[in-house]
Design a protein around this ligand. Structure first.
Ligand SMILES: [Zn+2]
Length: 296
């Protein structure tokens, strides 16, 4: 799949240097010929390989550089999207991939796909298994099938010693039950697009998971500001979950990784600290969780 390479992405121009740049000591994970690109913001969950960006992906990438978004994690939701995530990650130095199976895809999944996903998980730049989990939002879901797939993928992550990226929607009780039953010393990861309250957040932390805060934190009626206020910056990640859920002031538009800056700003407001501090902390949290190699 050479889709991304043939899309004319300015790959060499994206090699950026962190050594020139940091007002704080953020570890470089990639060496650069581009000065003045300060590493700062990180998007822990962005579907940048989706076709929604096929017409203007190079502009989206340029904008995230302009906004100093220096690390993007692109999840997979089935075999095809996992492959696409890996191809994109290979073409862009600051993009890393996850290999996963979304609960919405559990029904149309062929059991042999597990083997395919496991071999894909060995590819270069795959840093986690995700997204995986449970989604009971739509009435036609098959709880039993979702649970089987979720467990299968958790076991894969444990075998591969990789963190997991969990999607849990209207399904907290079963999510916690399964995670507790599958618990092991190397089961760890992030709750992507966290939507619970402080109790759920604390339960996730006890299970060894980081809390990934999406653009919803900027919405007027969101309860996430209360949750963020009670969490330590050591336990938080920032994400867009693009192309969905664009934060204010972009709400209703197609989301993109550059908008993760709005999430970090909002967290800084809630915490009463600088946006640079938030960016540095969540960047370090993400690099450490995903064990992304840094050069210092
Ligand atoms: Zn997602």
């Amino acid at each position: 799949m050479l889709v991304f390479e043939s899309a004319g992405l300015p790959v060499p121009a994206l090699r950026f240097a962190l050594e020139d740049a940091t007002p704080f000591a953020v570890a470089p994970f990639c060496v650069s010929s581009r000065p003045n690109f300060t590493p700062m913001f990180s998007d822990a969950h962005a579907h940048l390989s989706y076709p929604q960006y096929d017409d203007d992906r190079d502009e989206i990438v340029k904008r995230l550089q302009d906004h100093r978004v220096s690390l993007v994690i692109n999840p997979g939701t089935d075999v095809e999207t996992s492959r696409n995530a890996i191809e994109l990650a290979k073409s862009l130095p600051f993009v890393y991939a996850n290999v996963g199976l979304h609960p919405d895809d559990a029904n149309r999944f062929d059991p042999s796909d597990f083997d395919t996903l496991e071999s894909l998980s060995h590819c270069e730049k795959v840093v986690a298994i995700g997204e995986i989990g449970l989604d009971y939002h739509y009435p036609d879901h098959d709880k039993k099938r979702q649970e089987e797939c979720f467990r299968e993928m958790l076991r894969m992550a444990k075998r591969r010693d990789l963190p997991v990226v969990i999607h849990s929607r209207d399904a907290w009780d079963d999510t916690f039950r399964i995670l507790e039953e599958e618990k092991s010393s190397n089961l760890r990861g992030m709750m992507h697009c966290f939507s619970g309250g402080i109790e759920e957040a604390e339960r996730c932390l006890r299970l060894g998971f980081k809390i990934s805060i999406p653009g919803i934190v900027t919405f007027k009626k969101s309860n996430l500001p209360d949750v963020v206020a009670q969490l330590s910056l050591d336990d938080i990640l920032t994400e867009t979950d693009c192309p969905w859920l664009a934060p204010v002031p972009h709400r209703g538009k197609r989301n993109e990784p550059a908008f993760v800056v709005e999430v970090a700003k909002k967290i800084a407001d809630i915490k009463g600290v600088s946006v640079e501090l938030v960016a540095e902390k969540v960047f370090r949290n993400l690099v450490s969780l995903m064990q992304i190699q840094t050069s210092d």
